[in-house]
Design a protein around this ligand. Structure first.
Ligand SMILES: Cc1cc2nc3c(=O)[nH]c(=O)nc-3n(C[C@H](O)[C@H](O)[C@H](O)COP(=O)(O)OP(=O)(O)OC[C@H]3O[C@@H](n4cnc5c(N)ncnc54)[C@H](O)[C@@H]3O)c2cc1C
Length: 392
């Protein structure tokens, strides 16, 4: 097809970069365009689940990522006022994954490693090159960018929640946006010194509302639900400090490294494939962050899609890409979104008696080896991946 690139990846977030690297490592001719001037350095996802790490290992990036991050094998549900808690241990699923832990590290660090790996293969991400629109015919896709037109045989739209690729396809992004905003606060405050036995991933009920504490290498990330709609109000410093002080009075004056408010959505597009254009990650589905499945699910999309694209480029029928749509869309809409939404609802109750009852229920699950295993396989996203494999 003349000067057309084989695959154009739109968006250099964790999903686009995963897809691009998997394709480039298979000697596919790939270009990656990114509208921003560099990697998004804001605090966003910071948990890599076991199967995601298994996938990242196939890209050759797991060892360095694991070296940089913090391995967390135990996670907890806690009731704040009573200090009662229960613990799950991922060691129970060590036969199902090569990485039986959650790796705590910012998503931008993964992006940086993927960009470096692409560079080693001679592919430089083209920053400040936003795609404005795309159109396609039987043999290829034309993408209009701010600096010219790019012709490609296939396009992977991994351009995030406001995807211009999805917009160009005219696809509706059905679903809902939650009324209340959330805020991610990073602080070096040593919560682990104040709460004995606090696990590196802890989901907490409190009479004031839910919060979670995730430990990274040099700081903690607190997810707070300030109960307001406006993003600026959610990140208001006084409000954030009041919340931190509720977690522990000494945290009121803690250094705040970063305070990132965001809106939570549940959305899924009706098709992940339209002809020669494939959608993946936040461009295709959005879910509440509870349980850390957004970026992880997107990297799972990228892994599934890049394997199938490679097969198609090697001569398989392109109907294989419809299977990508069926597998990943079904998983997003029937498993990931409902699971994340249930996680959020489970934590949302302000009724202390119900919080303690739920805590007790989870303690009972952890005490029953079969139920414990089922819970861990599901929350680590392994069950969903296995179910998707069954979809023809
Ligand atoms: C505050 C916050 C907290 C989160 N916490 C978690 C968590 O704890 N766990 C979890 O798993 N997930 C979490 N997520 C979700 C996670 O960050 C996303 O699911 C993940 O980044 C999706 O990756 P992506 O590559 O699909 O999209 P993005 O990371 O959004 O990347 C898309 C890229 O495309 C670029 N782009 C956009 N438009 C264009 C265009 N027209 N042309 C070219 N490039 C374009 C963008 O600049 C961006 O770099 C969180 C998200 C937010 C906002």
């Amino acid at each position: 097809m003349g000067n057309a690139v084989t695959v154009l990846v739109v968006g250099a977030g964790p999903v686009g970069l995963s897809a691009a690297l998997a394709l480039a490592q298979a000697d596919v001719d790939v270009r990656v365009v990114e509208s921003a001037a560099g990697v998004d350095m804001r605090m966003r996802a910071s948990t890599f689940h076991p199967p995601t790490l298994d996938m990242i290992a196939t890209l050759g990036l797991a060892d360095e990522l694991v070296d940089r991050g913090l391995k967390v094998t135990r996670f907890q549900l806690r009731q704040h006022e009573t200090r009662d808690y229960m613990t799950f241990d991922l060691a129970a699923i060590s036969d199902a994954t090569s990485h039986p832990y959650r790796l705590q590290i910012e998503q931008h660090q993964y992006c940086e490693l993927a960009i470096r790996a692409l560079e080693k293969l001679g592919i430089a991400v083209e920053f400040e090159t936003g795609v404005e629109s795309i159109s396609q015919d039987d043999v290829g896709v034309s993408a209009v960018t701010g600096t010219g037109q790019i012709r490609a045989e296939w396009v992977v739209g991994a351009d995030g929640a406001s995807s211009a690729v999805r917009e160009s396809l005219g696809l509706e992004y059905g679903g809902k946006t939650y009324t209340h905003s959330s805020v991610l606060v990073s602080t070096p405050f040593p919560f682990h010194e104040y709460f004995p036995d606090l696990a590196g991933v802890s989901y907490c009920w409190s009479e004031r509302g839910p919060f979670s504490l995730l430990r990274l290498q040099n700081f903690w990330r607190a997810s707070l639900y300030p109960g307001v709609e406006d993003l600026d109000a959610a990140a208001d410093e006084t409000r954030v400090r009041d919340w931190l002080a509720y977690i522990h009075p000494d945290a009121r004056d803690a250094e705040i490294l970063n305070s990132n408010p965001y809106r939570v959505h549940e959305r899924c597009v009706g098709r992940f494939r339209v002809g020669r254009v494939l959608l993946a990650g936040d461009a295709a589905h959005l879910n509440p962050p509870s349980g850390g499945m957004g970026m992880n699910g997107g990297i799972h999309d990228a892994t599934n899609l890049s394997a199938k694209l490679r097969q198609v480029l090697d001569g398989d029928d392109d109907k294989l890409l419809d299977r990508y749509d069926r597998q990943r869309r079904t998983l997003a809409s029937e498993r990931i979104i409902p699971q994340a939404s249930a996680n959020r609802a489970r934590m949302a109750t302000m009724d202390k008696a119900l919080q303690l009852e739920r805590l007790e229920n989870h303690r009972a699950i952890a005490a029953d080896p079969a139920a414990n295993r089922e819970f861990l396989l599901k929350s680590s996203m392994i069950t969903g991946l296995r179910e998707a494999e069954e979809i023809g």
